[in-house]
Write a protein that binds this ligand. Structure first.
Ligand code: FMN
Ligand code: EPS
Length: 379
């Protein structure tokens, strides 16, 4: 079983991810992890904090001569903006944060809540996801995330191969799939920021090259759709998750939703086993199991909660009406969210792959994967 936890405060010394159950025999390269960390720090609309940080991963345990041992892996990202010991409490809880509820629940300070609730923590979730991608790559599995909407503005993707779309996304300052939309949306972010307000958006993550049968129909907490939804919903500021057609499926008739099944023997030895679906409205999952099609998951992110033009709040000590606290903040972090969602999805896919093919070593997983493909092709 592949599991992970994180630790660390936003302005503490460091962030830590601990992965348990990661197979032995995977060659680890830190550079692609650092590329993901840089992508997470970027995107148009980020605030002053990202000019302070230069996130890089330190793989502290579980690797010997660049190869995983099958023992727990600790990943560390150091905070340059370490100042927690000098920081004071915030007096006025910010609507949309855990400030009020957390201070009441833990009978403590707002600072003690916000430091851990902060999306700074996602740096190490991204590092863990980027590590998991190095387990997925030998199986031909690619995870690809991009920004689909910013505020009420859609970024209609251009057509292209996965490689072409990746190149467009990596050139876009918004991480969208249509460079022609970038200028207008950057202007929107600037305008909203000047007004002291913030923006959210929608991200999409696709997983290509998935085999049949990751996840199971047999028990609710092992259904892969449920696991993905939890992982994605647990990203800060994500308020909605949909798979495939998602909410739109509810508005259509069954004949316009469910994906017909065809068979093409020439593709029998690919990851689809030859079962071709002319549409993919299910988004690659049926009954909690992957069906050989591309997995498609979308997530809605609410606008950033901390507003330069603060919302009404109170002073938590005096209970007098005062505007919410403001130090500094992002105006729009949807691009970063696309990187985070991409990487938490990668972790869940890696965990499901370990469940299906055994998690002791990459070599054994690959042998079992090959055997399964052969047996399933003859089913
Ligand atoms: C990449 C990213 C960056 C964020 N940056 C900020 C920020 O600068 N200011 C802020 O108030 N909230 C920011 N948030 C959102 C808060 O962390 C989040 O809304 C808050 O912890 C409350 O949790 P909830 O929205 O999940 O309920 C960010 C979220 C993400 C994913
Ligand atoms: C630090 C990051 O994001 C932070 C997430 C965040 C929040 O409240 O979630 C608040 C801001 O922190 P600060 O108050 O230090 O500027 C963001 O910068 C990061 O993504 O690396």
């Amino acid at each position: 079983m592949l599991r992970y936890w994180t630790a660390g405060e936003s302005h503490g010394k460091a962030l830590i991810a601990l992965l348990d159950g990661f197979p032995a025999g995977v060659a680890i390269d830190e550079e692609p992890i650092n590329v993901e960390l840089r992508r997470r720090q970027g995107g148009y609309g980020r605030g002053g904090r990202q000019r302070i940080e230069t996130d890089t991963v330190d793989v502290r345990t579980g690797v010997w001569h660049g190869v995983t041992l099958g023992s727990p892996i600790a990943l560390e990202v150091v905070n340059r903006d370490y100042k927690l010991e000098r920081l004071e409490d915030l007096p006025r809880p910010r609507p949309g944060h855990g400030d009020l509820t957390g201070a009441v629940k833990y009978l403590g300070s707002i600072r003690g809540i916000l430091e851990r609730a902060s999306a700074r923590e996602t740096a190490v979730r991204v590092a863990a996801g980027a590590l998991c991608k190095q387990l997925l790559a030998p199986f031909g599995i690619t995870v690809f995330g991009f920004v689909a909407e910013v505020g009420d503005q859609k970024i209609e993707p251009v057509a292209g191969t996965l490689e072409e779309l990746k190149a467009i996304r990596d050139e876009s300052e918004l991480y969208g799939l249509n460079l022609e939309r970038d200028d207008a949306i950057k202007e929107l972010i600037d305008r909203v920021g000047k007004e002291g307000d913030t923006l959210g958006g929608i991200v999409e993550v696709q997983v290509h090259g998935l085999p049949f049968g990751l996840g199971t129909h047999a028990q609710w907490d092992r259904k892969l759709d449920g696991r993905l939804a939890q992982a994605v919903m647990a990203v800060q500021a994500i308020k909605g998750v949909e798979i495939g057609l998602g909410f739109e499926a509810a508005r259509r008739r069954g004949s316009q939703v469910h994906d017909p099944i065809h068979y093409d023997e020439s593709k029998k030895h690919t990851h689809t086993l030859g079962y071709e679906r002319p549409t993919n409205n299910a988004g690659g999952l049926e009954a909690g199991m992957t069906n050989g099609q591309t997995l498609v998951i979308r997530a809605a992110k609410k606008p950033i909660s901390t507003l330069r033009k603060p919302l009404a709040s109170i002073n938590l000590d005096t209970k007098e009406a005062e505007g919410a606290s403001y130090e500094r903040s992002d105006v729009c972090a949807i691009s970063a969210a696309s990187v985070i969602v991409e990487n938490v999805v990668a972790i869940e896919i890696a965990a499901a792959l370990v469940d299906k093919f055994g998690g002791d070593s990459l070599q054994e997983m690959q042998a079992r994967y090959k055997l399964f493909q052969e047996m399933a092709a003859e089913r």
